[in-house]
Design a protein around this ligand. Sequence first.
Ligand code: MN
Length: 487
Amino acid sequence: MSKENTEYLISRNKKIYEVIIGLEVHAQVISNSKLFSSSSTKFGAEPNTQVSLVDAAFPGMLPVINEFCIKQAIKTGLGLRAKINKRSVFDRKNYFYADLPQGYQISQFNYPIVGEGSVIIDMPNGQKTVGIERLHLEQDAGKSIHDMDPQNTLIDLNRSGVALMEIVSKPDLRSPEEVSAYIKKLRSIMRYLGTCDGNMQEGSLRADVNVSVRLKGTEKLGTRCEIKNVNSIKFMQMAINYEANRQVDLIEDGKTINQETRLFDTKKNETRSMRNKEDAHDYRYFPDPDLLPLEVSDEFINKLIAEIPELPDDKKKRFIDKFKLSSYEATILVSDLETSKYFEEVVENSDVKLATNWITGDLFAVLNDKNLEISQSPVSAKNLSKLINLIKNGTISGKIAKTIFELMMDGDKDPSKIVEEKELKQESDPKELEAIINKVIQDNPDKVRDFKSGKTKLFGFFVGLVMKVSGGKANPQLVNDILKQKL
Ligand code: MN
């Protein structure tokens, strides 16, 4: 299963290094209220308008666990085929920072809510399984704003206390491409589940990237560096690329790699040291005395299992079985839940092959071009299936369909109306076509002579000319048949 053929290898002085990557993804839980308070989590509100006394850490305030967030975390664990821990414990992770009013983050350390699991990624040369180490729940901190006031740092506590799932992978990733596939798959699973919107621009999904290198063929892991808080896939890839090469250079220069926390400077495309990597004991973790250990029953978990929708891997399998799609086509169509729904709506009443080609070809191109989600598609699934049926039953040619598709985008027009209005119906009457073909043959006696003397490539010339004369409306199959007889 796990072919390592998409790995990133670095050669230096006749030695080959491989790159080992593990991710700690912070995924914001979809929930109207925070993990331990009833404040809103809505994005983009005025600073400090969504802060309860708990979030601001006023003395004597007690956290109250949000049951919905627990459900979301367990659902995500189920989506990661992971072990759900019926007993987990919230700990205080102590550190000082201005945007952390409590002086500690409530997190889970020894007993996370979700244990080991796995995520399957599709790479060009096959599938690969990436191990999940754990998933735990924790609070987000507030936000320090350094660039609004020249003298002061401003603090916005709206995010303080928002529920995060920290999803820790095993060090199974071997290249920037695999990291990209992994993040996309993780995001896809959580979107299917409705547990995280995966919006990286808004910071709902960000990752700490652990990178180390070692000589290919050796077992022992090298010293790793952690690149903090990277919020786009492209930046993750750039950071890994830079960091891996930096580490190889250090080793080749006979220097040692410091285990440290680094930041990625997106403008200079380099990673820089922030601080020496802290170990767990630096945080003085201890169970939060304000919160009892969290215990969930089998019944609670079973109810959630019953709510899990068909997930990308199962949907992909079904699409391959039911619609005879290739693995590649199925992967594309299921990667986004809305796309898969659109596809199923189109094929319900039309041809699978044509639907696949139109969606992954023309439709995706338009959406890409206009920067739209499929839910905002200017052509509805219903009208696309109508267009496909017009091709399928011979009313229009594939070429004319492209023209009609362009016209449909203006207000999601019904393609059959466009065919009528613009008189784009395919000419399939043999008599009409014969007339055109006779004229074309008459007008080009020299080409006919050349064709008959063996220049068979000229057949295409005649087909093209007939199509042109017919305004693109001639039925290409019939034109071929009649031309063959006449010539
Ligand atoms: Mn964390």
